[in-house]
Design a protein around this ligand. Structure first.
Ligand SMILES: Nc1ncnc2c1ncn2[C@@H]1O[C@H](COP(=O)(O)OP(=O)(O)OP(=O)(O)O)[C@@H](O)[C@H]1O
Ligand SMILES: [Mg+2]
Length: 332
């Protein structure tokens, strides 16, 4: 599909993805396997985007591409108006675990974030300032009194807070979190969730948060994205067994959420439980589920779905999808 020019819509820290494909060679056949297929996404600064989807659908792949750690994609991935470049201090990653260096103290773990940002001459002449900055972030994550400890002397939740401080200390406009609280027990996890929202409200960065926990996704996010790899369409393509061709992952749900830090007790409320249930039981998670492009729930004001020429020709898109595409072409 030809590239659409989008004049003037990019604001600082905005992420804009259009017609994104990522293919990897199949380990058995060596043939290219499509993991992400024609993904479109626009995220404004300050959004907290929760990303969910079945295991193996491509969530981590999507994060790595946005971070600049995987440049083997096809399509457009634009950040601040420019194609995404290798990772730098404007974008930070908080991994599921092993985000901290075991041989460094808590303070040095945070300082190392700054070492990547500033050249050595600056670090030599501004030691005090950088230390104060690192301590400020440790204070934010309530670990100032543990500054001289080593990671093995901390709990899992505390280590994850060090990892978050290490990432945030450079002041990234975008933070990518890949199941960051997956290894924590439930009560620690809830505390870190509240604390994450407080940091987000303070620093106003854009957050991309991958999780397997739908409740966590709904609780934290201002927006929820569900990726699904299991969908078919009207193109009639079949695999070698004659089954409809399994396509790569697409965003099949993109909805706005409340967007304010709420006490964790909202998770017990009826409306909260209902939204979690509808996502868990809706399309996306069941391997045999077949979803059609025109049935996607792209209700967020920033959602859009471009159509390939073939999808368009087979009438695969409804008016709404096309309208979104036209809006994008006009830069609206
Ligand atoms: N470098 C690679 N080479 C080959 N295949 C890859 C590579 N990276 C990812 N894949 C494949 O891409 C698919 C998506 O992987 P990814 O790690 O993005 O999934 P995920 O949604 O994050 O899954 P999970 O929820 O289990 O973490 C998988 O089938 C995986 O095997
Ligand atoms: Mg993953």
């Amino acid at each position: 599909m030809e590239t659409i020019a989008l004049p003037g819509i990019h604001t600082p820290n905005q992420l804009y993805i259009e017609n994104l494909y990522r293919r990897f060679p199949d380990p058995k056949t060596g043939l290219p396997q499509t993991v992400l297929e024609n993904v479109d996404l626009r995220v404004n600064p300050g959004e907290f985007v929760s990303i969910i989807g079945p295991s193996g659908c491509g969530k981590s792949t999507l994060l790595r591409i946005c971070l600049g750690a995987d440049l083997g994609y096809e399509g457009n991935v634009i950040i601040n108006g420019k194609p995404v470049q290798f990772p730098d201090s404007t974008r930070g990653l908080v991994p599921q675990k092993y985000g901290v260096y075991p041989h460094l103290t808590v303070l040095k773990n945070v300082l190392i974030g700054l070492e990547l940002k500033y050249p050595i001459w600056y670090r030599m002449t501004h030691k005090k300032e950088l230390r104060a900055q690192a301590m400020e972030y440790l204070n934010d994550v309530q670990l100032a009194e543990h500054a001289d400890k080593y990671p093995y002397q901390l709990s899992g939740g505390q280590q994850q807070r060090v990892s978050i401080a290490q990432t945030l200390v450079t002041g990234p406009g975008m933070v990518f979190m890949d199941e960051p609280f997956g290894a924590l027990d439930q009560s620690t996890r809830e505390r870190v969730q509240v604390f994450m929202l407080q940091l987000w409200e303070k620093h106003k960065m854009t957050v991309f948060f991958v999780t397997h926990d739908i409740g966590e996704a709904v609780y934290l996010g201002t927006r929820l994205i569900l990726l699904s790899q299991y969908y078919v369409d009207d193109r009639g393509d079949v695999d070698e067994k004659g089954n409809p061709l399994r396509r790569g992952a697409k965003i099949i749900t993109d909805i706005p959420l409340t967007g304010t830090a709420l006490p964790t007790k909202v998770k017990g409320e009826k409306s909260f439980i209902e939204i979690v249930r509808s996502i868990a039981e809706g399309p996306g998670f069941k391997p045999d589920h077949r979803e059609h492009v025109r049935d996607f729930n792209l209700a967020h004001s920033n959602s859009f779905q471009t159509l390939t020429a073939l999808e368009d020709k087979t009438g695969n898109g409804n008016g709404r999808l096309k309208k979104m595409e036209e809006q994008m072409i006009r830069g609206g």
